[in-house]
Design a protein around this ligand. Structure first.
Ligand code: ASP
Ligand code: MG
Length: 405
């Protein structure tokens, strides 16, 4: 017997048949003797429609009223799920964020959960009642309903699992787990049985939209074991867990890519103290996030400096650097938006040597030029021409032995 949280995403509750099927899964867990809390999203497409309605009436709508509108999607599915469970003979009751309460801060539209009062729910679960909880919503300090930001019901589920000291938080979705890389690019991508929280955070592009990033951060902090699995099959999913739970750590767990990058090279920057500050200060002040940075050793008193940033920030960054031309004193600026960042990720690289050299060799064999390199404790990233994205990901997937046999 265990206490578990089962979260169903929008596609898993998209219509009445799917709600019935999801309720059937819950019923099986209850029959197996488990105490179950269910967290539901709105039916697929509903939140988009609600957001659209707010925007149509007024692009600058009041955030409190936005929350009043968009939180209704989850209220509907929670009630329907409770009815479906009752119809299958399972005792169940629905709960909205304010009723529990799920206490959040006051940032309407992007609120953070501060505390969940779990005692009442635990008591009911112990008597055999399934608690069906609305994802995505909470109660703000103004005593009004808040929402957590798009995709926030994952975070609701993880936070609830922490508050209930649940053994596991199962996220039922439309994919059957986390893969070593994007299966649309690499048909030989493999489903991972387990992955660490840290790797999952780094592999955001591989797990794109599977889990809200904040839910993974929260799971890592609260040590909640999360399982990503499909609501359409019975295949086991991927467990997102602490490193200690993975005995054989592969050097590389997965390969991520991002086409949202751009590169700026600032040529002939004077080599003296304060120049990097003069260059990156205005970018930071304007909230432009800089990722990889390389600076060469100066030869003639000047040096070139290259960095990457989000593609969407490129025009703004160029303008800021134009404005700072005199203060920095560079010769010219070159920008390139036709780049992609490829990253190999794995906690195992902390204890294995040769990760980077394997990467460079594999790319060289495919004649792919590396423009920028950066590393962290569990990641090596390279910037390459965008047209090489697929080729690079496939070559690396093979080079690290990740292909399915
Ligand atoms: N229904 C909300 C959304 O679509 C929350 C969620 O599904 O996670 O963003
Ligand atoms: Mg989601």
């Amino acid at each position: 017997m265990a206490r578990i949280v089962m979260k169903f995403g929008g596609t898993s509750v998209a219509d009445l048949d799917r709600i019935r099927a999801a309720a059937g899964r819950v019923a099986r867990e209850v029959e197996a003797g488990n105490q179950v809390a269910v967290v539901v999203s709105a039916m697929a497409g509903v939140t988009n429609q609600l957001v659209g309605w707010c925007q149509s009436l007024s692009p600058l709508h009041d955030a409190r009223e936005y929350d009043a509108v968009v939180a209704t999607g989850e209220q509907v599915t929670a009630g329907l799920m409770a009815i479906a469970l009752q119809a299958q003979g399972v005792e169940a009751r629905s709960w909205q964020g304010w009723q529990i309460p799920v206490v959040t801060d006051g940032a309407h539209g992007a609120a953070r959960i501060e505390r969940i009062e779990g005692k009442g729910l635990i008591h009911r679960m112990e008597t055999g009642q399934v608690a069906v909880v609305t994802g995505f919503q909470g109660l703000g300090p103004d005593r009004r309903t808040t929402t957590l930001g798009r995709g926030g019901s994952d975070t609701s589920a993880v936070a609830l699992a922490a508050a209930l000291a649940a053994e596991r938080c199962d996220i039922y979705t439309d994919v059957d787990g986390i893969y070593t890389t994007d299966p649309r690019i690499v048909p030989k991508a493999r489903k991972l049985a387990r992955i660490t929280y840290e790797e999952m955070l780094e592999l955001a592009s591989v797990g794109a939209k599977v889990l809200q990033t904040r839910s993974v951060e929260l799971a890592m902090k609260e040590r909640v074991r999360v399982q990503v699995r499909s609501s359409f099959t019975d295949a086991p999913g991927t467990l997102v867990v602490d490193e200690d739970e993975i005995v054989e750590k592969p050097m590389v767990a997965g390969i991520a890519y991002s086409r949202d990058e751009a590169k700026i090279t600032v040529r002939s920057v004077p080599d003296r103290p304060g120049i990097a500050a003069a260059l990156f200060g205005p970018l930071a002040a304007a909230n432009v996030n800089v990722d990889m940075i390389v600076q060469n050793v100066a030869a003639d008193g000047t040096t070139d400096l290259t960095f990457t940033l989000g593609k969407a920030d490129l025009p703004r960054a160029r303008r800021l650097l134009d404005d700072a031309h005199e203060a920095i004193g560079y010769a010219e600026i070159a920008a390139d938006a036709d780049v992609a960042k490829i990253s190999v990720v794995g906690v195992g690289m902390r204890s294995h040597a040769g990760v980077a050299s394997t990467m460079f060799r594999a790319l060289a064999e495919k004649a792919i030029n590396i423009q920028v390199i950066s590393t962290s404790e569990i990641k090596v990233s390279v910037l390459v021409g965008a047209e090489y994205t697929e080729l690079a990901v496939r070559a690396l997937h093979t080079a690290y032995g990740l292909d399915v046999a």
